[in-house]
Ligand binder design. Structure first.
Ligand SMILES: [Zn+2]
Length: 507
């Protein structure tokens, strides 16, 4: 797509209510060159010719969603996730999301930079919206340490994810976590963790299989809530020793969410990311009699069988105990899931979410009365932009911001279904859910890319977005603490009396 076409489009969004995370105001929005130029009442940009006018009467005009957690075309568990960077980002814009942050994940022993370059080469020709990449740290060495530095300084990466689960594949131990967190801190990056105790999962899986439990329910039974809560607490403890900011991806349980909540109330710099799945459905599905239905919900950490979990997590999200929403979008169709038909440990882990996240959060969060429209914008876009240092280019509608904008109809409803969604998968974990809150028009960098069910987008139109280190939203407190909260030695007169002459050494 020639970039002039995008740049030349001039847009006027008229008559809507502009909603940012801090306040809402009736205003028009004028966009040129992919950037917001004016926000205010009754705008009449000159010249009037060549101007595309979008009527937003009775609608909300919100910053495009940022999905902090996706895995497009991810080679994983003997398969590759179904949504690639094309179908995945196309589905995203249909759902009102204009940026995703995916993960480049090297195998143990392999180069982080090569992984980054590989993922970028997959994404660049395919993406329909802007994107960035977190990078996985799956092993430790001086080379890894150096590569983290290069990624931050020359590749625009400011977040690294460490796995405490997936033993022998991605899992790192506490010493490696300590080293990786220390390097994140040094570089001004955000440390992210997949928080589950991988050793207990491995033992639990063996136990379930030995008991004859081979179906998807075994997936939850082998890694119950405390396995997630323990790792969450451990990661927070290690990060806090280093004064390194921590981001806990996919918060799935009440127990883990409570750990994060308590840590925040103790002043620790930690952020929790519930996902569309954990906010919109629950783990009772693993006990469904239909194997394909149950397997379709398998992801790690699992959804929890306590059906009050989604409500609980949404309340914490509404009240700032949890901070942002992602999806962990990593879709596998029924045929791929069937790799584990006789053994739940072989079911590829992953569910959908990138298309439905915004509507699910609106329905369960805003329509339910738990949060207002401004908090909705905060948890679907602004907070992610702040934490990952994209703000106010992303996550805000203001003069100078990227024109990633969604015209949102809070009154309209839609029913989620695999029959009508735009994802490549044949299954949807939110099947049949009726959601208030529908994206009518999605604008990416000033271009209308989706409107009323019709796409106007080409593969590769999205761009890679660099993220500088030391996001002020996260690091201001951290740096101040480093200056003033260091322990100092007690000043004493030297000890001058006798010292035992012969220290006893063990035989
Ligand atoms: Zn993930």
């Amino acid at each position: 797509m020639p970039s002039q076409t995008v740049a030349q489009q001039r847009l006027l969004i008229k008559g809507g209510k502009v909603v940012n995370d801090d306040y809402s105001v009736a205003a028009d929005v004028y966009v040129e060159d992919g950037v917001v130029q004016q926000v205010g009442p009754n705008l009449h940009p000159k010249p009037p010719t060549g101007l595309l006018v979008l009527d937003a009467t009775n609608k909300l005009v919100i910053p495009g969603g940022i999905d902090t957690h996706t895995h497009m075309q991810f080679p994983f568990m003997g398969s590759r996730s179904k949504d690639d960077f094309y179908t995945g980002t196309k589905a995203a814009i249909a759902g009102g999301t204009t940026m995703i942050i995916d993960f480049a994940i090297p195998q143990k022993g392999c180069s982080l930079i090569e992984a980054f370059d590989t993922w970028k080469s997959w994404a660049d020709p395919k993406v329909c919206c802007d994107y960035a990449l977190h990078v996985g740290v799956t092993w430790w060495s001086n080379k890894v340490k150096e590569e983290m530095k290069s990624l931050v300084q020359s590749k625009g990466v400011n977040s690294f994810k460490m796995f405490m689960a997936y033993k022998d594949l991605y899992m790192v131990n506490d010493e490696e976590l300590y080293e990786a967190f220390s390097q994140c801190k040094e570089l001004g990056a955000i440390a992210q963790v997949h928080a589950e105790n991988g050793e207990l999962i491995a033992q639990g899986a063996k136990k379930m299989l030995a008991m004859g439990i081979t179906g998807p329910e075994g997936h939850e039974l082998c890694r119950p809530e405390e396995v997630e809560a323990e790792a969450t607490q451990r990661a927070i403890t290690i990060a806090n020793v280093i004064n390194c900011p921590l981001f806990v991806v996919h918060v799935m349980s009440k127990s883990a969410a409570r750990v994060i909540t308590n840590a925040r109330r103790e002043g620790k710099v930690v952020y929790g990311e519930p996902i569309a799945a954990s906010l919109g459905t629950d783990g009772t599905n693993y006990w469904n009699k239909d194997w394909a239905h149950a397997a379709g919900h398998v992801m790690g950490p699992p959804l929890r069988p306590d059906p009050s979990t989604p409500d609980f997590l949404m309340n914490l999200l509404a009240n700032d105990d949890l901070s942002v929403t992602g999806t962990d979008n990593c879709t596998f169709d029924t045929c791929q899931k069937a790799l584990g038909k006789d053994d739940f440990t072989k079911i590829p882990n992953g569910v959908n979410g990138v298309e439905d996240r915004m509507s699910v959060v609106w329905e369960k969060g805003v329509y339910s009365g738990k949060m207002d429209e401004n908090r909705f914008v905060a948890v679907t876009s602004t907070n992610a932009a702040k934490i990952f240092n994209l703000y106010p280019k992303k996550g805000r509608i203001a003069v100078g911001s990227d024109a990633d904008i969604v015209i949102w109809d809070p009154k309209a409803t839609r029913t989620i279904s695999a029959q009508t969604h735009h994802q490549a998968n044949n299954f949807n974990i939110f099947e049949g859910m009726v959601c208030h809150g529908v994206p009518v028009t999605t604008i990416s960098r000033g271009k209308v890319v989706y409107e009323g069910g019709t796409f106007n987008v080409t593969a590769g139109e999205g761009r890679y977005v660099s993220r500088p280190p030391f996001p002020p939203y996260v690091y201001k407190r951290v740096r101040q603490r480093d200056q003033v909260c260091q322990p100092v030695p007690v000043k004493r007169a030297p000890y001058t009396d006798a010292v035992s002459a012969t220290p006893i050494t063990p035989q």
